[in-house]
Design a binder for this molecule. Sequence first.
Ligand code: PEP
Ligand code: MN
Length: 403
Amino acid sequence: MIVLLDPHASSAQVAAVEAELARLGAGARRVQGGTRIALEAQAMGIPLARDARERLLALPAVDDVLDAKSPHPRASSAPRLVVVGDRTLGKPEVVLGGAEVVLCAGPCAVDETIADGARMVRAASAKLLRGGTWKPRTSPYSFQGGGKRALLDLRGAADAVGLPIVVEVVDEESLEAAEPHVDLLQIGARNGQNYAFLSTVGAARRPVLLKRAPGATVHEWLLAAEHLLLAGCPALVFCERGIRTFEPGSRYTLDLAAVTLARAASPAPIFVDPSHPAGTRALVLPLALAGVAAGADGLLVEAHPDPGRARSDAAQALTGDDLARLSLCVASVAGAVGRRYACELVNHESITHSHERPDRPVTPEDRRRDRGADGILGIQAGHGSDVDRPVPHAPALVGPGAG
Ligand code: PEP
Ligand code: MN
């Protein structure tokens, strides 16, 4: 057991903790982790009382009591329920990690269609609006996101339909700009192992959606969460978004075993992003449904009212009708695995369950816009890889840019 102490505790208060540990039959050793001081407590022969944790937490010097056997004690005891938004402040709110599977959807990058996009996402029964305003792109020549202006547009569009928002932050500047406006901060795959940045975001003390880095094991993903939580993040949501494998047919390989593995290691909610492993819209629906069947608490899906105009990841963007169909199918799968999903489609009378092709096939225009690593070439060049590789079957699509 590790007893984490309040850094401002007086020596008398710390002595009171040591005395309580002695009463509980435990020996204590002081350890220093970064700027934090903790007592490592070990039972001396007899097992610790069942209420040991509660007794220690009642003392003023004790910040937290963690399981010393876990290599990521904070991730292992992270909150199961994550409240995003704040109803008490008159803002929209959604609870993640409860019985209900939650759909979060929106464009890869926020653009001038965001008001339509927000209405489309709301009409498909999504409970959270996503939108990238700082885009970590593989190529420095690709669209890097609309920044603060786009963020305010996203906020306005979300408020108009009553949805909280999730937005990726990529550095201290974007974190500072996003903090007052964003309900759930997203750490993207590329920053999933940037430990200094994880600590910086954790220190903002806001809920975070943590994507798995494409080269990280589940254990490393849990330790990334530990960095966030140790720095002060109060609650987080894991998000599996595919890992790098040798399969060239999809952009990444969605690792559904990771959902079960992470679930066994942490109570925190786990989302699945079916869009980035798909790379193309035809794969998004089956991956989404598989994610829900595997026990995901929610989905993070890219959708755009007019994918041909999307400035990034156009090829994997669902249309409004695709998203409504996905929502309807998610309701069935969620029910089959004992979860709830509130699907109330608006203006989608013609949508039925169907695993047929999505409404809008990928067009050459999508490919042109998305040329490169983060785009459709992921599916032809394989491994979501960078450009400048010959693309079998699609020579006309090879371009110098990167998505
Ligand atoms: C995103 O969700 O916008 C994104 C960039 O995804 P990832 O970090 O998983 O590549
Ligand atoms: Mn994207």
